[in-house]
Design a protein around this ligand. Structure first.
Ligand code: C5P
Length: 223
């Protein structure tokens, strides 16, 4: 059928990335992880020792970095920051702790949104983030908002971090998730909230396959 755009938003740890990636594979669409872009800007700010409240310099960094997302042969997104693969560095607890401070800066969001709108311009993307349905792709044909309880999201994120080889405790992950939810939902610019026309899926107790199937069924049902 005709290519459409699919927006998937929701809080940290709801399983958005896994679901969006698998849904894109199933549909033959391009998967775009917008959180990775905010994480890359945050990594650059940390490397440059920029204060996380210095909006002028954070904006300057967002405007000057060269960001590229590329799928590797197994369909995983690799993130390149000024030509260097930083896919692993952007997942560290230090970046996670600081990314919500960077992403609330209006100048940072302006630049990221511009790049993301360009990526979605030709349709056929599954774009995942916090404000895709509300701000980045308001005309997306399909919008989903994935949520789950904080406990379940912390459990998933904890398992994922341990699997990736990071040393963290469940309590640290829980605190990070609760704190990011709070900042992301209450910031002045593009706060995390479902678009009016989004379908809300509570993933608590659902398997990844069930969520992917629900999304794929909706999409094929309309095309
Ligand atoms: O999706 P992920 O957890 O990697 O996102 C990291 C952070 O990037 C979020 O906590 C949020 O502060 C920010 N973000 C955002 N808007 C998006 C995607 C991510 O503000 N579209």
């Amino acid at each position: 059928g005709r290519l459409v755009n699919i927006a998937i938003d929701g809080p940290a740890g709801a399983g958005k990335s896994t679901v969006a990636k698998l849904a894109a594979e199933k549909l033959g669409y391009v998967y775009i992880d917008t959180g990775a872009m905010y994480r890359a800007v945050t990594l650059q700010a940390l490397m440059d020792k920029i204060d996380m409240s210095d909006e002028t310099n954070l904006t300057r960094i967002a405007e000057s970095v060269d960001l590229a997302l590329r799928a590797d042969e197994s369909g995983n997104t690799r993130v390149f920051l000024n030509g260097v693969d930083v896919s692993r560095q952007i997942r560290t607890p230090e970046v996670s702790r600081n990314v919500s401070l960077v992403s609330q800066v209006p100048g940072v969001r302006r630049r990221m949104m511009q790049l993301q709108k360009e990526m979605g311009a030709r349709s056929g993307v599954v774009m995942e983030g916090r404000d895709i349905g509300t701000q980045v792709l308001p005309d997306a044909e399909m919008k989903f908002f994935l949520t789950a309880s904080v406990e379940e999201r912390a459990r998933r994120r904890y398992a994922e971090l341990i699997h990736r080889g990071f040393t963290v405790t469940y309590d640290e992950v829980y605190k990070d998730i609760a704190q990011r939810d709070n900042i992301d939902s209450h910031r002045a610019v593009a706060p995390l909230k479902p678009a009016r026309d989004a379908e809300i899926i509570d993933c608590t107790g659902m398997t990844v396959e069930q969520v992917v199937d629900a999304i794929a069924a909706r999409v094929s049902g309309r095309s």
